[in-house]
Design a protein around this ligand. Structure first.
Ligand SMILES: *Cc1c(COP(=O)(O)O)cnc(C)c1O
Length: 392
């Protein structure tokens, strides 16, 4: 069976009524026949049938055993950090999602959890940085926003050899393009806010574990701490997943077209897209994923914040906004937006240059997106010429 067919038929028809859309169980509690005797649910923080359907679905898509749905991607990350204790260390990817960096440094460092950041596109950097106290390796691949690729299989071997857990933030790839658990990772997290939801209408997070015991620990933490996904939002994520396969195909194909256009543009310095043969980890990306995703970053020859701001404020189809993975294309300036909470030197060292611009390629026609960029580049060049003549 093809992945698309499997995906669509992983979404169950309601066994009770035959409803073809998953029912939304908008309830806080469940009536019991006798104390402790129930139909599998007692209180909706602990479990809700709509959420459970999403949790089984994502576990199946990621080839894991247990899925857990959280109120946000960050709540999912937070639950995983809570597996650790004081004195434990996290080895994390250097150009990590800004919110994860903030959570690690501003919230967890004060509880005595140390985090070391390394460029994970070379496994040797992890070999050098791992210590006996490293209990968790935190990967994003592709990374945000410089699209670096880490070799999941090689890093999983390193994690095993050092008795430490490997968690992959699979938000950028989605399970349609990449399944880290099959490559040896212990856990996967998603900001379902992005591609899984797909329509920019919700905030949600997911965890999937390969091992059932680890899954039970995450579920325990979720019930103890409370960051569950609501029934309606669970339903929205399920509905997003119904078209995930089709959307990812289009995101990937348009992104490659736009990346090739940017690569030859005279105002552009570097283009970061794992699908380009010039990408330093192109071969690893090909080996471990079936597509290269919808996110592209690039820098300008004029490497200043001002140049980037001129561009991101003048596109018409590309909407200036945080977040990614929706149907409408988006443009953002990470240095000023998603990565603002990372100190400038640290940010630049991780490759997030001042002029770095990130595109999330939506579902518009690729030619229209290229025309929008072309018009914007021309507009900027005309504005600069006018400014020069005015100064003369
Ligand atoms: C957005 C994002 C998150 C955080 O998810 P929220 O749903 O916004 O809490 C985590 N990781 C990556 C890669 C993201 O893009």
């Amino acid at each position: 069976m093809s992945t698309a067919t499997e995906l669509i038929h992983s979404i169950p028809v309601d066994p009770l009524t035959g409803a073809i859309s998953v029912p939304i169980y908008q309830t806080s509690t469940f009536v019991q026949e006798a104390p402790g005797v129930n139909k599998g649910y007692d209180y909706a923080r602990t479990g809700n049938p709509t959420r459970a359907t999403l949790e089984q679905l994502i576990a199946q898509l990621e080839k894991g055993t247990v899925g857990v749905a959280f109120s946000s991607g960050l709540a999912a990350i937070d639950a995983i950090v809570k597996l650790l204790k004081t004195g434990d260390e996290i080895l994390a990817v250097d150009d990590i999602y800004g919110g994860a960096f903030r959570l690690f440094t501003q919230v967890y460092e004060k509880f005595g959890i140390k985090v070391t950041y390394v460029d994970c596109s070379d496994v040797n950097n992890l070999v050098d940085a791992i210590t006996p106290d490293t209990k968790l390796i935190w990967l994003e691949t592709p990374t945000n926003p410089t699209l670096k690729i880490a070799d999941i299989e090689a890093i999983a071997r390193l994690a095993k050899a050092n008795q430490c857990l490997l968690c992959v933030d699979n938000t950028f790839a989605s399970p349609v393009l990449q399944q880290p658990l099959s490559l040896g990772a212990d856990m996967v997290i998603h900001s379902a806010t992005k591609y899984l939801g797909g329509h920019s209408d919700l905030i949600a997070g997911l965890v999937v574990t390969k091992d059932a015991d680890l899954g039970a620990r995450i579920k325990y933490l979720q019930n103890a701490c409370g960051a569950i996904l609501a029934p309606f939002d669970s339903w929205l994520v399920i509905r997003g997943i119904e078209t995930l396969h089709l959307r990812m195909k289009q995101h990937c194909s348009s992104a490659l077209t736009v990346a090739r256009y940017l690569e030859q543009h005279p105002a552009v310095d570097k283009v970061f897209y794992p699908g380009l043969p010039t990408h330093p980890n192109h071969e690893v990306a090909r080996k471990q994923s079936s597509g290269f995703g919808g996110i592209i970053s690039f820098t300008l020859k004029e490497d200043t914040e001002a140049a980037a701001v001129r561009l991101v404020t003048q596109t018409r189809l590309f909407k200036l906004a945080e977040s990614l993975g929706g149907i409408k294309s988006r443009v953002s300036h990470p240095a000023n937006m998603t990565h603002k909470s990372i100190p400038a030197e640290k940010r630049r060292a991780a490759g997030v240059q001042d002029s770095l611009i990130r595109l999330s390629i939506g579902l518009e026609d690729a030619e229209d997106l290229i025309n929008d960029l072309e018009k914007t580049f021309l507009l900027i060049s005309n504005q600069q010429q006018a400014a020069v003549s005015a100064a003369c």
